[in-house]
Design a protein around this ligand. Structure first.
Ligand code: NAD
Length: 511
């Protein structure tokens, strides 16, 4: 089947038409909005469909629906909330192939990665179902006789979820499924670069919600205007704003949310490095580095952008990388032989070209790639450059497949280079030296939220808490105890005795 024919049949099976709505109140009602914007296929720059532009009235309808639903949903026992998410996960299992294709069509990641993204949603759903029976609080030893102290976790409220284009499905699930079992309701503001995936997922959620009496637990608001996310950040009805995107936008969101004492969860930019020491197994390091740098065309927050190599292995690894880069097949993401699809849009191609030019001007040397490809769509060549860690272009996150390679002499120097970045998301060390490995993971090692040994920087599992430090924003999502972000903690003390002893031994006798 041709790319176009496949697109047409998948869009129609997922209920997407040529003109799609702008907002959903989560109870089966869809709102048109005012005007529309285009959803494009980055592989061909062809229009896929148009999507309604939500404005103030649709936004208010969506938030009001989520707020009203919260009043009901917080009283539903958490394990029953889990059943809703369980059925949602099963529906995703059934529609995984179509949804994976839609992700590939809309953002240009290869089909295997599109399917992988839907699998990640299914995994998060399974995790959230288990969690729905494990929202534990503590009981604490009171200093006063006949007193019991405990901590309870209560639902927080409406969670606003602002997502980036590059994981148009999974990032919503990381937040929404956990928030739902925690008793929150959700307003989703997806990237305007990936609205169709959001509409398809909302349609599925609506159907499952109707069966579970979970109407308006998940709602959707679409717009291509920057004001849309800003509106959510400023809205006091939104208890938590979970933002995934660039550090620049995240900074604005967090300042706005802090100004109204709301809660913010930030997942912002990465500038991830891998270190290859003198003992590294290059057979293992090479595919991990290439996948980390080239996978999703370098458009993952965890993409490998800097490679810090011991001087004794530098020439060998550089030569092997150049050879590997020439074998990376760039093209149609729906072709099974393709390893790298296009960038998301023309602006991303411009940023790629400008960054390569700037790095060259600073003295960088292109070892592989370095230019855009002359074919329809937003394609560039996977690019490998010798560069210096201190250069502004290297210090910036350019969302494109550019890997900067640099050499180091001793491990202290490697760690210093590694940590000399404004962002702190993911990191990797390739080594067979136990001391280097432990040091990398210690308090004086990697300063990132994720630190891996003998695997790459990208491709995290959902079971761990995901997120990073510094300009990455400090948030943690998905596994471990990330659920605590979506609930409010309450400390309770109960006096079951007949006297009123005060804490800290204070006496306050009334005569
Ligand atoms: P982006 O910042 O352009 O947009 C992200 C989202 O924020 C979109 O929904 C956008 O409409 C919205 N937005 C933009 N400006 C806003 C503002 N001023 N106020 C409120 N909302 C605003 O990012 P992008 O290009 O879609 O995604 C790429 C970026 O996301 C990269 O920096 C990448 O590292 C980051 N990212 C981080 C993680 C993580 O978990 N740390 C995951 C995925 C992507």
């Amino acid at each position: 089947m041709s790319h176009e024919a496949l697109a047409e049949s998948v869009l129609s099976r997922l209920g997407l038409s040529e003109a799609n709505p702008a907002a959903a109140t989560g109870d089966g009602h869809w709102l048109r909005g005012s005007g529309s914007f285009a959803a494009e296929d980055p592989s061909s720059a062809r229009l896929l469909a148009r999507v309604g532009r939500g404005t103030a009235p649709e936004y208010d309808a969506v938030v009001a629906a989520a707020q009203a639903a919260f009043g009901r949903w917080r009283e539903v026992p958490a394990p029953r909330r889990g059943l809703f998410v369980r059925d949602l996960g099963d529906e995703l299992r059934r529609q995984k192939d179509d949804l994976g294709t839609l992700v590939a069509l809309e953002v240009g990641k290869i089909k295997a990665e599109g399917d992988g993204e839907i699998q990640e949603m299914i995994d998060v759903a399974d995790f959230a179902v288990g969690l729905s029976r494990q929202l534990y609080g503590l009981t604490l030893a009171s200093e006063r006789p006949h007193h019991r102290m405990m901590e309870q976790w209560h639902p927080l409220g409406v969670a606003g979820i602002i997502t980036s284009f590059n994981f148009p499905a999974a990032v919503w699930a990381w937040n929404a499924f956990i928030a739902a079992v925690c008793g929150d309701t959700v307003v989703w503001k997806p990237s305007p670069k990936a609205p169709l995936t959001a509409i398809a997922l909302q349609r599925i959620a609506d159907r499952v919600a109707a069966y579970h009496g979970a109407e308006s637990v998940f709602t959707l608001f679409l717009s291509d205007e920057a004001a849309a996310g800003a509106r959510l950040a400023a809205d006091p009805r939104v208890a938590l704003v979970s933002f995934t995107g660039s550090s620049n936008a995240g900074r604005q969101v967090s300042q706005t949310v802090a100004g109204r004492f709301g809660r913010c969860l930030l997942e912002c930019s990465g500038n991830n490095a891998a270190i290859v020491d003198e003992t590294a197994d290059l057979d293992l390091a090479l595919p991990a580095i290439v996948f980390g740098a080239v996978g999703t065309a370098g458009q993952r927050c965890t993409s490998t952008r800097r490679l810090i190599v011991h001087e004794s292995r530098f020439e060998e690894l550089a030569a092997r990388l150049v050879d590997a880069y020439t074998q990376v097949r760039v093209g149609d993401p729906l072709d099974a032989a393709t390893l790298m699809g296009p960038l998301i849009d023309p602006r991303a191609v411009e940023a790629f070209t400008a960054t390569v030019t700037e790095t060259r001007r600073l003295g960088g040397q292109v070892l592989a790639g370095g230019s855009r490809l002359t074919r329809p769509g937003h394609f560039v060549a996977p690019t490998l450059m010798r560069a210096d860690n201190s250069w502004p272009s290297v210090q910036r996150e350019t969302f494109a497949p550019i890997l900067y390679v640099m050499r180091y002499r001793d491990f202290d120097n490697a760690l210093a280079l590694h940590n000399a970045a404004r962002q702190g998301l993911s990191s990797a060390l390739f080594t067979l030296d136990m001391r280097n490995a432990e040091r990398f993971l210690s308090a004086v090692g990697s300063d990132c939220g994720i630190a891996n040994v003998n695997l790459g920087t990208s491709g995290a599992e959902i079971g761990g808490a995901f997120g990073g430090e510094k300009e990455t924003g400090g948030g943690r999502e998905a596994g471990s105890d990330a659920w605590k972000n979506y609930m409010r903690r309450q400390t309770n003390t109960v006096n079951w005795g007949t006297t009123l002893p005060l804490a800290q031994g204070i006496r306050f006798d009334l005569h």
